[in-house]
Design a protein around this ligand. Structure first.
Ligand SMILES: Nc1ncnc2c1ncn2[C@@H]1O[C@H](COP(=O)(O)OP(=O)(O)O)[C@@H](O)[C@H]1O
Ligand SMILES: [Mg+2]
Length: 370
């Protein structure tokens, strides 16, 4: 896929952290290209990836309760991120309060949704490394995140789905047979929209797996990649109509007080020649497959938003052989993809002169970056 001429390349130029996890105060200049952060276990590498992710999303990928990112025994943390176009974002998270997100240029407050719309990212970390062992929820959130950027109506549609399921649960709980058909009909109306969005997305990903610069690049060392594909799972038996499934499940749903089958249970499987990739691929190969899928996700987001998403990659070295680590690095460098990655060691990257490296160490209860 060629780079879109109108794609805007907004790079991160600096991040400052105040009382974030093990950091008291650091200023970290970030160059274009690839930055490697290395250091021993527990030195503070993941905390930097977490801080970068937090500063462009307001969320943490390690915890749902962001109170945990505030440095121990303190009352607030702040992150400041600056971009090459002069814009910046300051996030203040006070203990037990919602984060405040401020655009530094005009002091405008941003919502989470506005923030991630402006600064898309591609996060690849341990939980996300193995699609082959991920939970259906984790795979669903991969689809949702991609659709958020790729499909205009997806945010509205998913909010609507949440509302309908909530109301339907209430009816099931109260055995409210008068109201139940109303919410059933709403759900039956919404289902094809969600299924269509997801099927289109999965089709695009499968086409890119077969034929894209990215898959061509990685399949040099991994010919099996060309046989990899995603199989979408609707969340219900697709050989029957969704309305008949709701009918059949009514008694069961009332007992369990929730909608047991439907588009809210959608997920996917990774297959190689129609067999589960989990059974066929080694751990290292599974990791390559996941990295590929995330980089494909990044391509799709880039095409649809015309913004270059930054890549954040935690703990890349483990289980990746030298050939594949080099292949990945080459792709990121050749395509000018701003990437911040962490690793326990830097040995295998020493020959790479286009790489910026930082060493992280913890002294006492404080981490430092050099
Ligand atoms: N809220 C916090 N306040 C202070 N230190 C923290 C906090 N949360 C985690 N830590 C410490 O941060 C250190 C670095 O963690 P981490 O970034 O996960 O290291 P690495 O990824 O290098 O293994 C750990 O020693 C941990 O105890
Ligand atoms: Mg770590």
């Amino acid at each position: 896929m060629s780079i879109n001429a109108t794609t805007s390349l907004v790079l991160i130029t600096e991040i400052k952290l105040e009382n974030f996890r093990c950091y008291e105060y650091i200023e970290l200049p970030i160059k274009s290209g690839v930055t490697l952060i290395y250091g021993e276990n527990g030195s503070g590498k993941s905390s930097i990836i977490e801080a970068l992710y937090f500063s462009i999303s307001g969320k943490s990928f390690r915890v749902t309760d962001t109170n945990a990112v505030i440095r121990k025994n303190l009352k607030q943390t702040q992150t400041f991120i600056t971009f090459s176009n002069g814009s910046g974002v300051k996030i203040t998270k006070k203990l037990n309060e919602k984060s405040k997100i401020i655009q530094t240029k005009d002091k405008k407050t941003l919502s989470y949704s506005q923030l991630v719309t402006n600064y898309p990212s591609c996060l690849i970390e341990n939980k996300e490394f193995f699609f082959t062992t991920s939970s259906p929820e984790e795979k669903r959130s991969f689809l949702n995140k991609t659709l958020f950027y790729v499909e205009q109506n997806s945010k509205k549609t998913l909010n609507e789905l949440k509302k309908i399921l909530y109301q339907r649960s209430a009816c099931l709980k109260n055995r409210d047979l008068a109201q139940l058909p109303y919410w059933d009909s709403k759900l039956i109306l919404l289902e094809p929209l969600i299924t269509e969005n997801n099927l289109n997305l999965v089709q695009s990903i499968n086409e890119m797996l077969k034929n894209s610069n990215l898959s061509n690049h990685f399949s040099i060392k991994n010919p099996w990649l060309k046989d990899l594909n995603i199989q979408y799972s609707h969340g219900y038996d697709k050989n029957q109509s969704f309305s008949s499934i709701l009918q059949q499940n009514m008694e069961k749903d009332m007992i369990l007080k929730r909608t047991t089958a439907g588009p809210h249970r959608r997920t996917f499987d990774l297959l190689i020649n129609n067999k589960s990739a989990y059974e066929i691929l080694s751990r290292g190969q599974q990791k390559i497959a996941s990295i590929m899928l995330h980089l494909l996700q990044r391509e799709l987001i880039k095409i649809h938003t015309e913004v270059e998403p930054i890549v954040l990659m935690d703990d890349i070295s483990s289980e990746l052989d030298n050939d594949n680590a080099n292949l990945m690095l080459k792709y990121l460098l050749n395509n000018n993809i701003q990437t911040i990655m962490t690793s326990i060691e830097n040995k295998r990257f020493l020959d790479e002169k286009d790489l910026t490296m930082f060493y992280v160490e913890q002294i006492g209860d404080k981490s430092n970056v050099k």
